[in-house]
Design a binder for this molecule. Structure first.
Ligand code: SAM
Length: 279
């Protein structure tokens, strides 16, 4: 019988965030696939476990993935982890999960913390709808295009950033979305120097122009404001509806179209039309 690929979340800083299920998954797996075996060795030592390990990182995803999946098909179980957080989230994992599912291999989640959701939860920004952008591209043209694509994004936007690139990224974000746009910098989450700073892009860019960024950061940016409803009077909306009726629309359809994007409902426009028709 073939084994299972376990996708195991590990702490993003505080070792106490390692779940009992994650410890059990490492304990019962036949082998561990790790982004960096030296990092994971420390975790396994902390748990008092000795396990055969294979490395699975950005530059060997395809051939090492095939090797890992062949072992699982032959009956072994594998616990896959990255250096911190959930595998496959801006970390190796996406490719092997897709390939495992394509080969009919069972993939089981062993969830743990992820910096993006952890930062969002304490950001003070809107959490109902959000997009995860991960790391912005380094290539200048791709970066410009990505930022342009986010221009009207009304959902909260989450970015990852390395400390040595934070200054440049804050400057690019302030230029793209304006210095007044809200942002929360969630730094060193769950660690000794944890800090959550709810500020604006302009203020953050100015702060880090003077102070060196330290540690790991998630940026949780406020979404764009929804466009204000058009400033039209009810009479103007009714006039628009009359023109649409002249163009051949039914009164109901005309009222609906004329009311779109205004503060008025279809029925308000329709009622005014009907009243004016009576006089
Ligand atoms: N797979 C991981 C996860 O689920 O969160 C993310 C890995 S990605 C290579 C690393 C990035 O995650 C960092 O550059 C930083 O943006 C963010 N990150 C990871 N740990 C963090 C922490 N403790 N505090 C703030 N950001 C963190």
């Amino acid at each position: 019988m073939q084994g299972t690929l376990y996708i195991v979340g590990t702490p993003i800083g505080n070792l106490e965030d390692l779940t009992p299920r994650a410890a059990a998954a490492f304990g019962s797996a036949d082998f561990v696939a790790a982004e960096d075996t030296r990092v994971t060795l420390k975790l396994l030592n902390h748990l008092g476990l000795k396990k055969p390990m294979v490395s699975y990182y950005e530059h060997n995803l395809k051939e090492r993935g095939d090797y890992i999946l062949s072992r699982i098909e032959a009956g072994e179980s594998c616990a896959l982890c990255s250096d911190a957080g959930m595998p496959a989230i801006s970390d190796p994992g996406e490719v092997i999960v897709r390939d495992a599912l394509a080969r009919g291999i069972r993939v089981a989640p062993v969830p743990g913390p992820s910096a993006c959701v952890t930062a969002l939860a304490v950001s003070g920004q809107a959490t109902g709808r959000f997009v995860f952008e991960g790391f912005l591209p380094m290539n200048a043209r791709q970066r410009r295009e990505r930022l342009a694509a986010l221009a009207g994004e009304e959902r909260t936007v989450i970015f990852y950033e390395a400390p040595h690139k934070l200054r440049a990224t804050l400057a690019d974000l302030a230029a793209a979305f304006g210095p007044e746009r809200g942002v929360t910098l969630a730094r060193e989450l769950t660690k000794l120097h944890e800090e959550v700073d709810k500020t604006t892009l302009g203020a953050a860019a100015a702060h880090y122009a003077e102070n060196a960024p330290r540690g790991e950061y998630v940026l949780v940016m406020e979404g764009a404001a929804a466009p204000a409803p058009e400033a039209v009077s009810l009479q103007e909306a009714a006039q628009r509806a009359r023109r649409l009726i002249e163009e051949g629309l039914s009164p109901t359809a005309a009222a609906k179209q004329a009311a779109a994007g205004t503060p008025y409902s279809k029925s308000e426009v329709y009622r005014l039309l009907a009243r004016e028709g009576e006089t």
